[in-house]
Design a protein around this ligand. Structure first.
Ligand SMILES: Cc1cc2nc3c(=O)[nH]c(=O)nc-3n(C[C@H](O)[C@H](O)[C@H](O)COP(=O)(O)OP(=O)(O)OC[C@H]3O[C@@H](n4cnc5c(N)ncnc54)[C@H](O)[C@@H]3O)c2cc1C
Ligand code: SF4
Length: 502
């Protein structure tokens, strides 16, 4: 027993017994502190399933540590800092250790209140390693980072060359939805246990601000459940991950995606075990390389890149608004049933039902709508952070500000992800049942995405004409015979959007 009591401070997204400050912790030498910031919980109206997952996963984790013999102090206070001070006052002289938190805000708080920090090891790329890679880049590109990762980690490479002959097999992975009926995988269900029920009752009793559907077992709240999801994915879903990765079919909300992001982001799973499990399937030889590579790229590429960038981007990055976008969040995104745009209605319904939609609805429906209508980036960021079960500051800031709404003027992505109805019609199945026509850009039944896509290019013509990856699209404006009518319709559409009549 050390002569000075040592307590491990665990953030709600550090639920990994074998990493961070808990890695070498022993029940007879250390106790554990989990602080719930009531101020944070009440700061926004969260998706009910997001709040429940966060709180219930922490509660389960605390029980698991107690079962191992740890004393776990669970403190609820107006803020994290107040909670730690309250604990310190009750345990004079205590030494508090924690792993580097995942957000700038919590990093500042923990440093200010004197928490001794050990490095964050929840990723495959340490913050110093990424910083070194970053410093050596002339321009930032994920594909360069991904190549570096593959070589550095020795994943899907042979003698310094990519297995399959090319680093990315994405070109094979962009099929539109298949014809129905198609045997989509059935997502797992995780029946709520007593802890889940108690946490939900607590959320209701305390009248914590929530929206969306109540927790219903869509999301696991334990490591055991997260492992079940991982095995379900690699055994039955991964073989088909690639081809329909970008498709938005009517018949499935999960498509062939892994549904692992909430667990990875809370620390219930580590990226290394997820990648190892996928690669093990490749060794067996019954999963197409395009699916394996496509999935591995998401985890060792995009996820690590986004986290690395978060720690390197300028401090004002989250407030950037390069396209001068100041529209308020429209009613169409606020709650279900507030829009006639069938694609948006479907995605908002899904988001309210489970706090999750896959990458393409996030990027090409929600963020695209925000981009081409000019919604204020900070409002989009705040809304998505409240609504998604897998949200975290480190992952939302680059994905929304950089990838989603191009508010960083191309620091992260070379071009904005703006698209009209033609793309959504090809990759989704909503247009057939929609009151609007994806092919039309003017007139009352013109697809708002098509109208606003051209309106967006028109508004930012000068800026994007200078961008080699956008210049061709901008030149397309000059070929439009109805540009004047389109400008009038674009203004009308924005008024209707603001009024909730679109
Ligand atoms: C506007 C916008 C907001 C997003 N917000 C979040 C968020 O809050 N939390 C989050 O985890 N992801 C976010 N993403 C990235 C991505 O959409 C989700 O990680 C993915 O949809 C989660 O579902 P999945 O686990 O089934 O992913 P899969 O498609 O199965 O991919 C496997 C894993 O790759 C990782 N991954 C893939 N793309 C990204 C990416 N762009 N950034 C970081 N990780 C990635 C995730 O950990 C994911 O679990 C966002 C993307 C956009 C465009
Ligand atoms: S027509 Fe336009 S608004 Fe309607 S579903 Fe298709 S893309 Fe969406």
């Amino acid at each position: 027993m050390s002569d000075r009591a040592t307590t491990i401070l665990v953030a709600y997204d550090q639920l990994d017994r074998h990493r961070g400050a808990l890695q070498h912790a022993q029940p007879d030498e250390h106790s554990v502190l989990l602080v719930e910031s009531d101020g944070m919980l009440r700061s926004r109206t969260w998706h009910a399933q997001r709040l429940h997952l966060l709180m219930s996963a922490a509660a389960h984790f605390a029980h698991e540590l107690e079962a191992e013999g740890f004393t776990v102090h669970r403190v609820t206070a107006p803020s994290t800092a107040a909670g730690v001070e309250q604990y310190r006052a009750s345990t004079p002289g205590v030494r508090i250790i924690g792993a580097e938190p995942s957000s700038h805000g919590l990093m500042r708080t923990w440093t200010e209140i004197g928490v001794e920090l050990v490095p964050d090891d929840r990723f495959l790329t340490s913050r110093p390693d990424f910083a070194q890679w970053f410093a050596a880049q002339r321009s930032l590109r994920m594909d360069a980072f991904y190549r570096w990762q593959r070589l550095r980690l020795g994943i899907l490479v042979e003698q310094g060359k990519p297995i399959g002959g090319t680093w990315s097999l994405d070109a094979e992975n962009r099929l539109p939805p298949p014809k129905e009926p198609y045997p989509w995988p059935e997502p797992l269900h995780f029946p709520m246990d007593a802890v889940d029920e108690m946490v939900w009752a607590d959320i209701l009793d305390r009248a914590l601000p929530v929206t969306g559907s109540a927790p219903d077992g869509t999301w696991a709240t334990t490591r055991e459940g997260a492992l079940r999801q991982l095995h379900h994915f690699v055994d039955g879903v991964l073989p088909h991950f690639g081809p329909y990765e970008d498709a938005m079919p009517a018949g499935s909300w999960s498509v062939h995606h892994s549904l692992l992001s909430p667990y990875l982001n809370l620390g219930l799973l580590h990226a290394s075990e997820v990648v190892d499990a996928a690669l093990a399937r490749y060794e067996v030889g019954d999963v197409p390389l395009a699916s394996i590579e496509g999935f591995v790229r998401q985890v060792i590429g995009w996820r690590e890149y986004v986290n690395g960038l978060y720690w390197q981007l300028p401090a004002d990055y989250r407030h950037r608004n390069a396209l001068d976008a100041h529209r308020d969040l429209p009613p169409a995104l606020g709650e279900p049933g507030r829009t006639q745009m069938a694609c948006v209605a479907g995605v908002v319904d899904d988001l309210h039902a489970r706090g999750w939609v896959h990458h393409i609805p996030r990027l090409m429906v929600l963020a695209n709508l925000a981009l081409i209508t000019g919604i204020e980036p900070s409002q989009v960021l705040d809304w998505m952070r409240r609504m998604f079960v897998d949200a975290a500051d480190w992952v939302m800031v680059p994905n929304v500000i950089g990838m989603g709404v191009h508010a960083d003027d191309g620091l992260m992505m070379t071009k904005p992800y703006a698209a009209g109805g033609a793309y959504l019609n090809r990759m989704g199945q909503s247009c057939k049942g929609c009151r609007y026509d994806p092919k039309k850009r003017t007139g009352e039944d013109a697809c708002p995405f098509t109208t606003l896509y051209w309106g967006f290019l028109d508004r930012h013509r000068e800026r994007f004409a200078r961008n080699p990856r956008m210049a061709q699209q901008v030149r397309g404006l000059d070929r439009l015979s109805d540009l004047d009518a389109l400008r009038i319709r674009a203004r009308e559409v924005l008024v209707l959007l603001d009024r909730g009549e679109l």
